[in-house]
Design a protein around this ligand. Sequence first.
Ligand code: PLP
Length: 389
Amino acid sequence: MAVVDPRSGFVSLVAGASSSRLPVAVPTLPTADEVLPYLRRIDASGWYSNFGPLVRELEARLASRFAHPTEVVTVANGTLGLTLALQALDLPRGGLCAIPSWTFVATAHAVRMAGLTPWFVDVEPEGGQLTPDLLSEVLPRAPGPVVAAMPVSVMGRPVSVESWVAFREATGLPVILDAAAGFDAVHDATVPVMVSLHATKALGIGEGAFLATRDPVLARRWRALTNFAFMGDRTARFPATNAKLSEYAAAVGLAALEIWPDTRNRYIAAARRLRIALSDEPRVCFQPGWGLDWISSTCLVSLPEGSAEDVGMALARAEVETRRWWGQGCHAAPAFADCPADRLAATRRLADSSLGLPFFAHMQPEHINRVARALKLALNSPVGEGTPT
Ligand SMILES: Cc1ncc(COP(=O)(O)O)c(C=O)c1O
């Protein structure tokens, strides 16, 4: 049976599944047996939260994945991580934070939670990324003082950190990179970066995330922001919250890192098979380098302009689940209707031509062939048809 989480709509394949519906995503987390040795360490230490040995070990292991000496601070989830990273900058309340509209709503929620106002800007028409060049072009027509920028890695796609460093130096604006899905691609924290460890991400632990920076002073402030603004004593120095990761979450994280090489190989193998199965269909474009140089837990393709909805419906009739992960763009959500937005032509086109296809680490060749067959049929059928028999 496929089990649907009623809150997220996220579907899991459960052993013995009888449904023929192919889910758009299936999380890969360590099994209870894989986590157990770490749980035993918690039993032995009697340390359950407050930066215990497992959290420290997880942070050290995550930091060792970076190219330069880097500080990693774990947080309870990515949305809080972005919020705290912005709060740490002490920016004037209500100032504009430039973000792409082509992102998940969490980016904009975090800006608001940090007391700033999202200013939605457009992205590259092809890759969907907000680039420093694009932002520099629109900055002169900002509807108020811009105090920060938060570019987003599109579904884990690598971002040019050097170009954002150059932007930061040229404009004086702080930059925080939202690389929620970027676990595999992020290896440089010269620009402060957030990576989510939500169950839907490539390295999932349930709920959790980490912030990374090369600046130890900033990392110290982040840590205090996750822990009541305590800095070595019990004095609350500034407004803060509790956003710590528990030792139990860290146990899952350490177990997930242990199986990561295998998980990554599986994702890569499935992605390459999917690419090959659709290689004779030039109207389906994968993200550059996806499954070749980097991987994520989602498969985002771009389709002929304006066709995402019809193709998604045709695949649904074939019981192949798809997801328009970022809907019409963040600016279209009622929660942000009062926020300023620049021209968003590329965002609108991307929203109408991007589709998330079923993708997961344990995807079997028959799943891949089914997706490819249904997609080709949908693209070759008049609107309203396209159900494979
Ligand atoms: C682009 C983006 N930013 C932020 C987040 C928030 O991360 P979390 O779910 O860990 O709060 C997500 C989650 O999917 C995301 O896709």
